[in-house]
Design a protein around this ligand. Structure first.
Ligand code: ADP
Ligand code: MG
Length: 449
C-alpha cells in the first residue's frame, strides 16, 4: 500500500516536496490505527507532521487503510532515548504546541488531539468535564480518573488533550502518558536488562500518570503486580492517575480484584456511543479543516447529514469517511455530493447497513450469562435461564425494528404477549436493580460495536 500511497502523494505535494520530505520516510509500523514512520531527525519529523501528515492520512484512507494518526520517530525504537526527561518540561521550547508528535516522556502525543478539537455532546460531556478538571493541574480531587467506552469514542483523544493542556497550565509537572502495552513492554525490558530499580524510580517520580487501554494487562500477572504497586505508590503521594479501558473496571476479565477495587475508587466515567447531533458536530468541525486543506472543492448540502445518519459505529470510521471523500474528490476533481458518497464509500456504507439480528442478540446474551443458545429459544422456566432470555427479548425490541410477533417467532414461537411481558419485566427490574441496568448497558454496547 505504501508504494501506492507514495505514487499519489507525488501528485498531491509536488515532485520537489516529495523527494525532500516523503521519499526518506520509512514506514515502520501500521497497526491499531497508527502509521509509524522513521525519520532522520526530530526537525524532519515535525516538518512532515505539520505539512504533510494530513495528505498522508488522506491517501492511506483512499488506499483503504485509514489511520487515526501518523507518528514520526527518529531512528529505530531500540535506539530511542530513555523515557526520563533530561530537562525540566518547563525548559522545553515554546514550539511544543505546534509540533506534530512531541514527547511528554517517551510515548508520543498526537498534535490533533487537543481540547479545542474535541467536540462535546451529551454522550461525552461528563468525560470531557472530568478530563478538563484534571488538565487544570489543581489539587487532586478524584483518583484515578477512569475513562471507559467503546472503540473510537475519544478516550485516547481526551488523554492526549490532558497532556497537551498540562504542559501549558503546569509546565512544572512531570506528565507521563503511555499505553498499557507500552507499560508492559518497558517493564519486561527493565526486568531483562536488570534495571527494575530505574523503572520503579521513573514511574514513581511522575506527577501525572496516564495509562491507556488498561484492559490489555488483564491476565498478565507480573505486569499487573507492578502496575498495582506503581498505582498505589502514586496514589499515596497524591499524584494524579488517569486510566482508560474499553469497559468498566467491573467488566474487565482476569483483572485482580484488588486492582479492580482500586480502579473503582476514583471517578469512573463512561463515554457513551455517539448520537446524531454529536456526529454531525464532529463532521462540521472536520469540514472546516478539510476545506482549508483542499481549497476549491465544494460540497453539496445534505452530505454531512447523510454521513452522520448512516455511519454510527465509531468516530474513527466517520472521520475516515470524510477524509476519503475529500481525497477522492480532489483526485477526480468533482463536487462532493451524494453520488460521490455512494461511489466512494460503498464499502463503509454497506458494512454500517448490516442490521443487528435477533440471533446475534441471543448469542451475545447467552454468552454473557453463560447459558446455552438453545435455552434462549427453549421452554425452560428456570430463573437463571428465563432472565437472560427476557434480557434478549428486551434488547431485541430496543435494538431492532422487529415487531413483537416477529420477535416471538424467533424466540421459539412464543406469543407476542409473552415478549411484551418479558420486555416490561426487564424495564421494571432495571429501574430497581443497578447491576442489571449495567449489564444491559454493557450488552448494548457490545452489540453496537
Ligand atoms: P478511543 O481511544 O476511544 O478508541 P480515539 O480517542 O482514538 O478513540 O478517537 C478516534 C478518533 O475519533 C480520533 O481521530 C479522534 O480525534 C476522533 N474523535 C473521537 N471523539 C471525538 C470528539 N468528540 N470530537 C472530535 N474528534 C473525536
Ligand atoms: Mg484509544
Amino acid at each position: 500500500t505504501w508504494g501506492q500511497v507514495r505514487e499519489e502523494l507525488i501528485k498531491r505535494v509536488g515532485k520537489n516536496n516529495y523527494t525532500t520530505w516523503i521519499e526518506p520516510l520509512r514506514l515502520s509500523q501500521l497497526k491499531n490505527g497508527v502509521a509509524s514512520f522513521e525519520v532522520p531527525t526530530t526537525f524532519f519529523g515535525d516538518w512532515v507532521s505539520r505539512n504533510f501528515a494530513d495528505h498522508i492520512r488522506g491517501q492511506l484512507a483512499v488506499a483503504g487503510t485509514p489511520v487515526d494518526r501518523v507518528e514520526f520517530t527518529v531512528g529505530t525504537m531500540a535506539e530511542q532515548p530513555a523515557v526520563r526527561p533530561s530537562t525540566k518540561p518547563a525548559a522545553k521550547p515554546a514550539r511544543a504546541r505546534t509540533t506534530g508528535t512531541d514527547e511528554v516522556t517517551g510515548a508520543q502525543l498526537e498534535q490533533r488531539f487537543t481540547f479545542d478539537n474535541f467536540v462535546v455532546g451529551k454522550p461525552n460531556e461528563l468525560a470531557h468535564a472530568a478530563a478538563r478538571r484534571v488538565a487544570e493541574g489543581g489539587p487532586v480531587t478524584f483518583n484515578p480518573l477512569f475513562l471507559y467506552g467503546g472503540v473510537g469514542l475519544g478516550k485516547t483523544h481526551l488523554m492526549h488533550a490532558i497532556a497537551h493542556e498540562l504542559k501549558f497550565s503546569r509546565p512544572d509537572l512531570h506528565v507521563l502518558y503511555l499505553s498499557a502495552e507500552q507499560f508492559m513492554y518497558r517493564f519486561v525490558q527493565a526486568l531483562r536488562d536488570r534495571q527494575i530499580m530505574d523503572f520503579k524510580e521513573l514511574f514513581r517520580s511522575v506527577d501525572v500518570l496516564m495509562v491507556d487501554d488498561v484492559q490489555f494487562i488483564a491476565g498478565k500477572d507480573s505486569t499487573q503486580e507492578e502496575f498495582f504497586h506503581t498505582f498505589n505508590a502514586l496514589v499515596d503521594q497524591n499524584k494524579q492517575i488517569v486510566i482508560s479501558a474499553d469497559r468498566a473496571p467491573g467488566e474487565i476479565k482476569d483483572l485482580e480484584e484488588r486492582i479492580r477495587s482500586r480502579l473503582q475508587c476514583g471517578l469512573v466515567v463512561d463515554l457513551h456511543p455517539t448520537d446524531y447531533e454529536l456526529r454531525l458536530g464532529i463532521l462540521q468541525s472536520k469540514l472546516e479543516h478539510y476545506s482549508n486543506q483542499y481549497r476549491g472543492l465544494t460540497m453539496a448540502p445534505g452530505v454531512l447529514e447523510f454521513l452522520a445518519h448512516r455511519i454510527t459505529t465509531n468516530v474513527r470510521v466517520l472521520e475516515g469517511a470524510l477524509m476519503r471523500l475529500f481525497a477522492f474528490a480532489s483526485l477526480v476533481g468533482r463536487e462532493i455530493n451524494l453520488d460521490l458518497v455512494q461511489e466512494c464509500l460503498s464499502d463503509i456504507l454497506r458494512s454500517s447497513e448490516k442490521r443487528l439480528t435477533i440471533e446475534e442478540i441471543q448469542r451475545k446474551v447467552a454468552e454473557h450469562y453463560n447459558v446455552r443458545l438453545s435455552d434462549m429459544i427453549g421452554p425452560k422456566r428456570l430463573r437463571t435461564i428465563a432472565r437472560p432470555r427476557q434480557v434478549a427479548m428486551y434488547l431485541s425490541k430496543q435494538m431492532t425494528s422487529r415487531s413483537l410477533p416477529e420477535i416471538g417467532r424467533r424466540f421459539g414461537g412464543r406469543d407476542h404477549t409473552t415478549i411484551m411481558h418479558g420486555v416490561r419485566k426487564i424495564e421494571e427490574l432495571m429501574a430497581a436493580d443497578g447491576q442489571l441496568a449495567d449489564d444491559v448497558q454493557l450488552l448494548k454496547r457490545l452489540l453496537q460495536s
